[in-house]
Ligand binder design. Structure first.
Ligand SMILES: [Fe+2]
Ligand SMILES: [Fe+2]
Length: 305
């Protein structure tokens, strides 16, 4: 079997599994009475739906058609997760028992050996999301409630979410403009995951604002958005310069997720929103970490060459 055939088979299985997972997580979230857990489940559901779309888009780009069904084990797991009469605790235990501490290594190993660099980077960054999801389920999903915040902090937290939703929407557009002209397949693969994260975050934040009865009003100033689109969508600006420009905004030791997690803590009596923000924060950190590592490899490689 050629690599392309194996990649198409794997992407087809992946889109089916992610779609089944997203559906089951959505059903679980809808019936979940624990707000803290529900917040996290909503992020995990949105993430898996984005993974399904990414896998399907890559599958189609390689000339394949989605036709796989989720495997029988996964289907039975999903049907339990979607059942209202099984406790959250039991569902968590069942889900975690399916994934050993080291997340499906065969998948990671397969991805790391691909010569198709775009698919490889896509699978690796999707794998980063899966590890983050499992880590949250394992370590935080059943965690104790944090202390309530000082009075009067909710307004600031909500305004932050509104501004962040606007920034994520424009961030997704900027990454998409970059993907359209990006000359490096491996970078393109990672950017696709990054763009999907930004879109997913925007949708999650807007959903949370609406659930809190807040109408979103923030927007990124048009000249700023336009300038970013022009710069990152430009063919005559190198990928290295674009990477450098993003990384320059986050000097070493500055965690891009920290302010987002802090805003979540300001909203902490509302554990559902808090946990959405905490998971969004972790994904932002992952995106910048990946871009930073890619930039280092690229510039190191160029120096070596
Ligand atoms: Fe996923
Ligand atoms: Fe972002």
């Amino acid at each position: 079997m050629t690599e392309r055939t194996r990649v198409i088979t794997l992407l087809d299985e992946l889109q089916a599994a992610e779609r089944a997972g997203a559906t089951a997580l959505g059903e679980w979230a809808a019936g979940c009475r624990d707000p803290a857990l529900r917040g996290g489940l909503q992020v995990l559901r949105a993430r898996d739906a984005a993974h399904a779309a990414l896998a399907e888009a890559r599958l189609r780009a390689l000339g394949g058609q989605p036709s796989a069904q989720a495997g029988r084990n996964l289907q039975s797991l999903c049907s339990v997760l979607g059942t209202p009469d099984v406790s959250d605790r039991s569902k968590l235990t069942l889900l975690l028992s399916r994934f050993p501490d080291r997340v499906h290594d065969p998948f990671v190993q397969f991805a790391s050996q691909l010569t198709d660099e775009e698919t490889r980077a896509l699978l690796e960054t999707i794998g980063d999301d899966e590890r983050a999801s499992l880590r949250w389920l394992r370590e935080d999903a059943g965690g104790a409630a944090p202390a309530p915040p000082e009075d009067g902090r909710r307004g600031a937290g909500v305004a932050f979410m509104d501004a962040l939703a606007a920034a994520e929407t424009s961030g997704a557009q900027v990454f998409e403009a970059w993907i359209a002209v990006c000359a490096i397949p491996g970078l393109r693969g990672g950017l696709r995951t990054a763009a999907a994260r930004e879109r997913t975050h925007a949708t999650l934040l807007l959903d949370r604002l609406r659930a809190l009865g807040v109408a979103p009003t923030a927007s990124v100033p048009e000249p700023v958005r336009r300038a970013a689109l022009a710069r990152f969508g430009a063919r005559d600006v190198s990928d290295e310069d674009k990477l450098g420009a993003i990384i320059a905004r986050y000097p070493h030791g500055h965690d891009p997720g920290a302010p987002i997690a802090a805003a979540g803590d300001e909203l902490a009596p509302d554990l559902e929103t808090r946990n959405v923000l905490h998971l969004v924060a972790a994904a932002e950190t992952a995106t910048i970490g990946w871009l930073r590592a890619y930039h280092a490899a690229l510039t190191g490689g160029m120096r070596a060459g």
